[in-house]
Design a protein around this ligand. Structure first.
Ligand SMILES: *Cc1c(COP(=O)(O)O)cnc(C)c1O
Length: 399
């Protein structure tokens, strides 16, 4: 019996990207093997984390590293590390930070929500967020002015959710923070490039093991040895609830190893073939413009951007996204990347598909576009109602 029937779940096709709410990513076979191999055994976790440190150091070009529960946990524990160092008394005292440096500077345009608000992952450690600049504009002088004797860290966020213009670039951000003696933590949860931010001088760089790396749910911390140690030691404090088990550590190690051996060019070519297949078939549909679109943070990954003219297509982008996710009985739900749907476009992301699913995605899109053409009335609901509709569907969980 497959896992869907066993648990009574709808099979879904994920063209939205690596989303926690859908189970993140396809875990690579060597990772699954490594996790299965360690699960029945006892190991000394300090030694397993020491091995993880060596693998992370090699992959990221850092002095050291360790594995925690998630990138979100890594932000909290990395900030904690800057406040307590390796002092056990201070580690047990958090989130009480009285008497400690406890301010974290972050550009306002970086205060994103990745499923939870990023400022909360800072506040969880007992630190205080000091926003720098305006949402769409910040300058070096504003960062320098925001840093004072209470500043414990500067956080830099790399994400498609951040404002992509008008902000301080990472090199300048690091230079200004370091000029004031403040360590820089880079949240690179969803980035392919494992070496760039360490090479740029960041003190800690944080990744999600379960996003592009195809690992289990875990966070990878890379950086300066003293800070990595102080972050790891938080496991005797606020990190206890964010710890990772042996399987998560072994899985993250295996994920980093297979990532370095993966034939990235072949993966890219396969993804390109899906994009071209979809583009050719969808571009000719009424009210649909299909274009291949580069990843906004520069990951070597393209997506198909589908811009919908609701009058010609007779359906809005958000209603089309919802129809794909909630199909008639017998059709498989397709989850698209629709965080900008109110602008009348969404993306389909080729990087989490099993072979053959590219055809199912296309079939479902063509079906829904055709259904909209045949419907007696166009389906264009007011966008502002969408949040409430989605909220209502979930309010009575688990019923
Ligand atoms: C996904 C993401 C996170 C959270 O990562 P988890 O490992 O899922 O906790 C944090 N920051 C950014 C920029 C992300 O994209």
């Amino acid at each position: 019996m497959d896992i869907y029937s066993r648990f009574g779940l709808r099979p879904v096709i994920n063209v939205s990207g690596t989303m926690t709410s859908l189970g993140a990513s396809i875990v690579a076979a060597p990772v699954i093997e490594a996790m299965a191999a360690i699960l029945p055994q006892f190991v000394e976790i300090d030694d397993l984390q020491r091995k993880a440190s060596a693998v992370i150091a090699q992959a990221c070009g850092s002095e050291s590293g360790y594995v925690t529960a998630s990138c979100s946990a890594a932000i909290t524990l990395g900030i904690a590390a800057t406040m307590t160092g390796d002092d056990s008394g201070l580690i047990e005292r958090l989130p009480d930070t009285s008497g400690l440096r406890n301010e974290v500077v972050v550009q306002t345009g970086h205060l994103v929500n990745y499923g939870a608000p990023i400022d909360q992952s800072i506040r969880l450690a007992g630190a205080r967020v000091v926003p720098v600049g305006a949402a769409t504009e910040s300058h070096g002088y504003q960062l320098s002015a925001a840093i004072n004797e209470r500043t414990t860290a500067a956080l830099y966020v790399v994400s498609h959710h951040t404002v992509q213009f008008g902000l301080i670039h990472v090199e300048e951000f690091i230079a200004l923070a370091h000029a004031k003696g403040v360590p820089v933590i880079v949240d690179a949860a969803s980035e392919y490039d494992l070496t760039r931010f360490i090479a740029a001088g960041a003190d800690l760089v944080l990744y999600s093991a379960h996003k592009f790396l195809g690992g289990p749910t875990a966070g990878i911390v890379a950086g300066k040895k003293k800070l990595v140690r102080a972050a790891y030691f938080q496991n005797s404090g606020i990190g206890r609830g964010m710890k990772v088990g042996k399987e998560g550590i072994a899985g993250a190690i295996a994920a980093l190893e297979q990532w370095q051996q993966r034939d990235h060019a072949a993966v890219r070519a396969r993804e390109r073939s899906y994009l071209e297949l979809w583009r050719e078939a969808l571009n000719v549909r009424p009210g649909v413009r299909a274009e291949i679109d580069a990843d906004p943070t520069g990951n070597p990954l393209d997506r198909l951007k589908l811009s919908i003219d609701p009058r010609e297509a007779r359906i809005s982008a958000w209603d089309l996204a919802d129809a794909l996710a909630h199909p008639p009985a017998g059709s498989v739900p397709v989850i698209v990347r629709d965080h900008e749907a109110e602008l009348n476009f969404f993306f389909i992301d080729p990087c989490n598909l099993h072979p053959g699913q590219e055809h199912s995605v296309l079939e479902r899109l063509l079906d829904e576009l055709e259904r909209a053409q045949q419907a007696p009335h166009p389906l264009i609901t007011p966008f502002f109602q969408r949040d409430a509709r989605r909220g209502a569907g979930r309010r009575n969980w688990p019923d």
